[in-house]
Design a protein around this ligand. Structure first.
Ligand code: BES
Ligand code: ZN
Length: 897
């Protein structure tokens, strides 16, 4: 397997001025004629002459010509990876060729493929080479003109990027459309769709008064489910104008929904293609969470038009340039729309349960990796979510105004070109240099965030001098070793902190001398919580002294990492009483939630290792009871403050406490704590349930906090055996709100009771003909923690409505299995073996989906000896199978010493 290295990057020897395609679609194959206008790249003039490499995969070459003169590829020119012209003309020339391809049997869902009768494409990252011979690298931008020909009956709708400039009829019931995209683009942004589609259309008038036609294309019958996506798109477009001053640049914008899709959605220029589960939705068919997710993904893909398309990536090592930045932008949009704090908490919970885990395992890599084998394996939570955190830190350090000036500078410098992560940071640095005081940190050091993998740890020790009212903090940072990176250097970490006094009031924070030098600190806008301070931690050790505090026996409670100001872990050992105080009073909602999470983690770890920390749980019951009774909190805030940490996070917490995580025991601990809380807090929970019911019928986003709280009460109450709630949850599954139905299913999920059976059957009955919705049923069934789980999963894989070629279904069942702790982590290793076999089989059909799934076996080292050996065995079995490059890379990373 070839490793691609950042250090080997060279500018392409030839530019492409035009890519002209004619794509003829037939009932069992497709023909693609391409004309590529090449010219020597002045940017590569200093390099020794290089061959011209045209990538091509699974293409049957039927004709090839250079400047119209037929060319017979000689020995060594045509291989299974493409075409290599060793002595191309040293002047502008045109290369034309025809290939035959087979979209109908393409189950990889890369390149051109057929999904439910619809021709569709997916070219990022390297799918274009499955359509025609092409350099297929992101730094080569060309103008595309595409003629599509197809049968008029089976493909009345013909779509491509840019503007449709001509349509017409052909013989034999066929027709054509010609599309021209005025914006030069890399090949990964190419898209083409042909088939029978219904259309929902609307318009958007841009800030400068242009009218853009918006069209959503869906399978016939799905039009009733398009209103939410359309409204989301319009809101997203408005927001980008208002916040970033970025306007849409073409006269039309198309979104197509397809059932078979590896990812969530794709930002092809003016022709976004979406997994249909991220388009089709209303209150009856999608949950509140799904509606919000759809809104944010639509925004994300739309925002790529500037951060990704107008400014693209020089090479795939720069992937986070577009993905991290665009995640940051879609998160800001969702925060503006739904409230910054709860949104931030959701994102932090997700970061901890996915990215921190990745950073601590064998597939850990930096935000800007420097080598890969299969680029598809690097669409990771590190590139996306950590990449976004890095940008968020720049925003925190520079402030909104400077950040926005830097963004404008970045856009104006790089519009129309392919850029690097460093270009982005440079724009930030240059904008910061124009501030009166310059930046408060060293950008060179900040850049380490892009190159160092692993989650940094801040270890904090305190010394409290009650007589003088002085608090000293001793802060040490270190980043644990990750594969290939044994030693790490100190990073620039923005730490936002505050103090909460005995009466629950924020204390003003005076930072006095510190050793060895005073770190830069700054007061923050009120959104950061009362009396918050930003401290820039940039050395291995920092000492801070806070003076002028009340002279009292106990130190004030220390609120740290407000708004989760940096993607780091803390070790500080705050006693439960202090965390309880913060959970009750911290004015920063994120730190407040986090205090609760730490208490909950401790209680759960104690239960998982076989003893109940009664005192801690009593304190928790009191604290949660006060939250339930606190009139200043919204239902959504209550539900969020009470939500239990995820299993992945608990596994990490166990590891940090020096124990081998035991997932079934952790799962049982969660169930037991739910039961305990359900019993101990029965009265207030039922009272709030009564209060929330009235709001349940309100349409999203209204009423969502009430529904969320209702779901939580069901979960805890049902765990505590409350029959009436079981019946209410079952009723909800039969009702008209998908949110309540799914909360009902989730609440009943882990209990082998007749209501669960009935709910599952009712849900299946009702939705069996809607594949997108039925996937959630597949996931629930696969994760039911009782009975013969593997037999049930096997049956699901044979189920008549299970589609092995739809990644959504595969992820529902196999992802459901992986999230089923008692079954997947069964001590005899049966869950791991089953999974390995399934991954090997899936890999034959769809390597991208298989290699992503293979990561569920990556944490084998972290378990106790028995599980560790069993998971390792499963990996070895997988390694002995015939595997794609994608899956092999992941498996080998997992097995590497
Ligand atoms: N560019 C990606 C889609 C993509 C990823 C295509 C990998 C091919 C390979 C797109 O912008 C994206 O990031 N989609 C996310 C959703 C987003 C909201 C984070 C996805 O598909 O999961
Ligand atoms: Zn993206």
């Amino acid at each position: 397997m070839a490793t691609v290295r950042l250090a080997d990057y060279r500018p392409a020897p030839y530019l492409i001025n035009r890519t002209d395609l004619t794509v003829r679609l037939f009932a069992d194959h497709a023909l693609v004629d391409a004309r590529l206008a090449f010219s020597p790249n002045p940017g590569a003039a200093d390099l020794p002459p290089q061959p011209l490499v045209l990538a091509g995969l699974n293409l049957q070459l039927e004709a090839l010509a250079i400047d119209g003169i037929p060319h017979q590829p000689g020995a060594g020119e045509l291989g299974d990876q493409g075409l290599c012209l060793n002595t191309p003309p040293q002047r502008p020339f045109e290369l034309s060729n025809r290939v035959r391809i087979d979209p109908h049997s393409n189950t990889t869902l890369e390149g051109l493929y057929v999904s439910g009768g619809l021709f569709t494409t997916q070219c990022e990252a390297e799918g274009f080479r499955r359509i025609t011979f092409h350099p297929d690298r992101p730094d080569l931008l060309s103008r595309f003109r595409v003629r599509i020909e197809a049968d008029r009956d089976t493909a009345p709708v013909l779509l491509c990027n840019g503007n449709c400039i001509e349509t017409g009829d052909l013989e034999d019931g066929r027709h054509y459309a010609i599309w021209d995209d005025p914006f030069p683009k890399p090949s990964y942004l190419f898209a083409l769709v042909a088939g029978v589609l219904d259309e929902a259309s609307d318009t958007f008038v841009t800030a400068s008064g242009r009218t853009v036609k918006l069209r959503l294309h869906v399978e016939p019958g799905d039009l009733p489910y398009t209103a939410h996506a359309m409204a989301s798109l319009q809101r997203a477009m408005r927001w980008d104008e208002q916040r970033y001053g970025l306007e849409y640049d073409l006269d039309e914008f198309n979104i197509v929904a397809v059932r078979h899709f590896n990812m969530g959605a794709m930002e092809n220029k003016s022709l976004n293609i979406f997994n249909s589960k991220l388009v089709l939705a209303d209150g009856e068919t999608a949950t509140d969470g799904e509606l919000e997710r759809i809104e944010s993904v639509i925004a994300h893909e739309y925002y790529h038009n500037w951060t990704g398309n107008r400014i693209t990536c020089r090479d795939w090592f720069q992937l986070s340039l577009k993905e991290g930045l665009t995640v940051f932008r879609d998160q800001s949009f969702s925060a503006d729309r739904h409230g910054a704090s709860l949104n931030r908490i959701d994102n932090v919970a997700m970061l901890r349960n996915t990215q921190f885990r990745e950073d601590a395992g064998p597939t850990a890599h930096p935000v800007q990796p420097d080598a890969y084998q299969a680029i598809d394996n690097f669409y990771t939570t590190t590139i996306y979510e950590k990449g976004s955190e890095v940008i968020r830190m720049l925003h925190t350090l520079l402030g909104e105004e400077t950040f926005m000036r830097a963004m404008a500078l970045y856009v104006s410098r790089h519009d129309g070109s392919a850029a690097t992560c460093d270009d982005f940071v440079q724009a930030m640095e240059d904008a910061a240099a124009e501030q009166p005081l310059g930046a408060s940190f060293d950008f060179g050091q900040f850049r380490r965030w892009y190159h160092q993998a692993g989650t940094p740890v801040l270890e904090i020790q305190r010394h409290w001098d009650g007589e003088r009212g002085e608090l000293e903090l001793h802060i040490r940072q270190h980043t644990p070793p990750t594969p290939g990176q044994p030693d790490k250097l100190p990073l620039v970490i923005p730490l936002v902190l505050g103090l909460v006094g005995q009466a629950g009031k924020a204390l003003p924070l005076e930072l006095a001398t510190a050793e060895p030098a005073t770190p830069a600190t700054a007061p923050l806008p009120p959104a950061w919580g009362h009396h918050s301070r930003l401290v820039v931690i940039d050395r291995a050790e920092t000492r801070l002294r806070c003076t002028g505090l009340p002279r009292q026996h106990h130190p004030p409670a220390l609120s740290l990492l407000r708004q989760f100001s940096a993607p780091v872990k803390l070790t500080i050992g705050r006693p439960p009483a202090e965390l309880v105080h913060l959970l009750a009073h911290d004015s920063d909602p994120v730190a407040r939630w986090d205090a609760g999470q730490q208490l909950l983690r401790r209680a759960l770890l104690a239960r998982a290792s076989g003893h109940v920390d009664g005192q801690l749980e009593d304190e928790l019951v009191d604290a949660l009871g006060r939250i339930l009774a606190d009139p200043s909190l919204s239902q959504a805030s209550r539900a969020t403050l009470l939500s239990l940490p995820g299993l992945a996070e608990l596994e990490d917490a166990a590891l940090e406490a020096g124990q081998a995580p035991d997932p079934p025991a952790l799962f049982a601990a969660v169930m037991a704590l739910q039961r305990h809380f359900g019993t101990a807090l029965r009265e207030p929970l039922l009272r709030l349930l009564d209060e929330s019911r009235d709001q349940w019928p309100l349409a999203w986003p209204q009423g969502q906090g009430d529904r969320q709280l209702g779901g939580l009460v069901w979960r805890w109450g049902i765990a505590a055996g409350m029959e009436s709630l079981m019946n209410e949850a079952l009723q909800a599954v039969r009702g008209t709100s998908m949110t309540l139905a799914r909360y009902g299913l989730a609440a009943l999920q882990n209990h082998d009771r007749p209501q669960r059976e009935a709910a599952s059957a009712a849900f299946y009955e009702r939705w069996q003909h809607k594949p997108v919705i039925l996937d959630s049923w597949f996931a629930l069934e696969a994760s039911a923690p009782f009975g013969d789980g593997l037999a049930r999963v096997s049956d699901l894989l044979e189920h008549p409505r299970y589609d092995p070629n739809a990644p959504n279904s595969v992820r529902a069942v196999l992802g459901g299995l992986a999230s089923n702790a008692p079954m997947f982590h069964a001590a005899d290793g049966s869950g791991y073996r089953f999974m390995a076999l399934q991954i090997a089989a899936l890999d034959q059909r769809n390597p991208i989906t298989a290699s992503r799934l293979a990561k569920v076996l990556s944490r084998w080292r972290s378990y106790g000896p028995e599980r560790s050996a069993a998971m390792h065995d499963a990996l070895v079995k997988l390694a002995n199978a015939t595997l794609s490059t994608n899956t092999r890379e992941v498996v080998e990373q997992c097995l590497a010493d």
